[in-house]
Design a protein around this ligand. Structure first.
Ligand code: COI
Length: 360
């Protein structure tokens, strides 16, 4: 599809951009342009790169009332030769389609999703940080734009893509976090929207996150809705448990039961762990097994993973029934090795033998 380009008449100055790229933080600054593609009468219209700016929405726009909103997150990385590449965009495109289906929304063709990334980087490439630890975070999203208060799938949608230079997701950098497994709130039940990346899931998580903070923890850990026993996710990130150490180590992540987000970092780590000679599996871990495993030393490391923060070690757990430390409370060697392997591939320092990198 041919995209039209309307240049921003007031882009950030080179000085301002340099200042932002010096310490971008996460999700605080946005590039000069965005992509918009509208869906109506059963078809997607033309793609457009337009100046970044406010959306004008009728107050009765359906997305504002019934929550038909889905989104994605992926990053562009500066490569050693100065070019720009992204990581497994096809996987995000596929998940975006699955999320749309679950929310009864229009499905954006996967090629159009990937093309939109290319079109935005073509005009905003100077926003891709050159600092190795930083990246340009893409936030593709879709909202229902039909106007009306009837509860039904909308007939019109807007797909938008914005981009934000990104440093470390957590203000402390790669520091172990403390977690609160919630037995009061749950994030998803069988048949719900847990495996879709939709705004409502994140809205529903905020009170539990606030409760975790009130208990003195950094993040909430979600347990299954049925028994409140099986570990599922940490906030918006997937989890991994490391059993043992050295070459015989085994890493286990909760199985995708339909109530967890099928993370692309999670999926990539199953492969990378195998490349490094570890056993990597999907399985079921209860809070009791987590605690006993840490107490006996069988579980040596636990970490969360996602696009935004990559790998975040978990240092301690506090629950209604007790507190314990994970390993020695510091980032574990396997967690950090996997982090380096993954970011090494993304930044072009290590061989991309799985063909995950996609030039933009
Ligand atoms: C992740 O990348 O881990 C996320 O879930 C993104 C978050 C900012 C919503």
């Amino acid at each position: 599809m041919a995209f039209t380009v309307e240049r921003n008449p007031n882009p950030a100055t080179a000085e301002r951009r340099a200042e932002i790229l010096q310490a971008p933080g996460f999700g605080r600054f946005f590039t000069d342009h965005m992509v918009r593609i509208d869906y109506r009468d059963g078809a997607w219209g033309d793609g457009a790169v337009v100046p970044y700016g406010p959306l004008q929405l009728d107050p009765a726009t359906m997305a504002l009332h019934y929550g038909q909103e889905i989104f994605e997150g992926l990053k562009a990385y500066r490569q050693p030769d100065g070019s720009v590449a992204t990581f497994r965009p096809d996987a995000n495109a596929r998940r975006f389609v699955r999320s749309a289906r679950r929310l009864g929304m229009a499905e954006l063709p996967e090629e159009l999703f990937v093309q939109s990334l290319r079109e935005l980087v073509a005009v905003d490439s100077e926003w891709v940080p050159t600092n190795l630890a930083d990246s340009l975070y893409f936030r593709p999203f879709m909202i229902a734009t039909e106007i009306g208060l009837g509860v039904k799938p909308a007939s019109s949608y807007a797909y938008l893509l914005i981009a934000s230079p990104a440093g470390s997701y957590f203000a402390g950098g790669v520091q172990p976090v403390s977690v609160w497994p919630s037995t009061e709130y749950t994030s998803a039940a069988a048949g719900g929207t847990g495996e879709a990346k939709c705004a409502g899931n994140y809205a529903a998580s905020l009170v539990a996150q606030a409760q975790a903070a009130a208990k003195g923890c950094d993040q909430v850990v979600w347990l299954d809705a049925g028994e409140r026993r099986w570990v599922e996710e940490m906030g918006g990130m997937n989890l991994y448990f490391v059993y043992g150490s050295g070459p015989g180590a085994r890493i286990v992540t909760p199985s995708l039961t339909g109530t967890l987000l099928p993370g692309i970092t999670r999926d990539s780590l199953l492969t990378l762990a195998g490349d490094l000679g570890y056993t990597a599996e999907e399985g079921k871990i209860s809070t009791d097994e987590w605690r006993e495993g840490n107490e006996s030393g069988a579980i040596t490391e636990v970490f969360a993973c996602g696009t935004a923060a990559v790998i975040t070690p978990i240092g301690s757990v506090k629950s209604a029934t007790g507190e314990w430390t994970v390993g020695d409370g510091r980032p574990g060697p396997i967690s950090m090795q996997l982090r380096e392997q993954l970011t090494g591939i993304q930044t072009g320092k290590l061989d991309d033998k799985h063909g995950w990198m996609h030039p933009l």
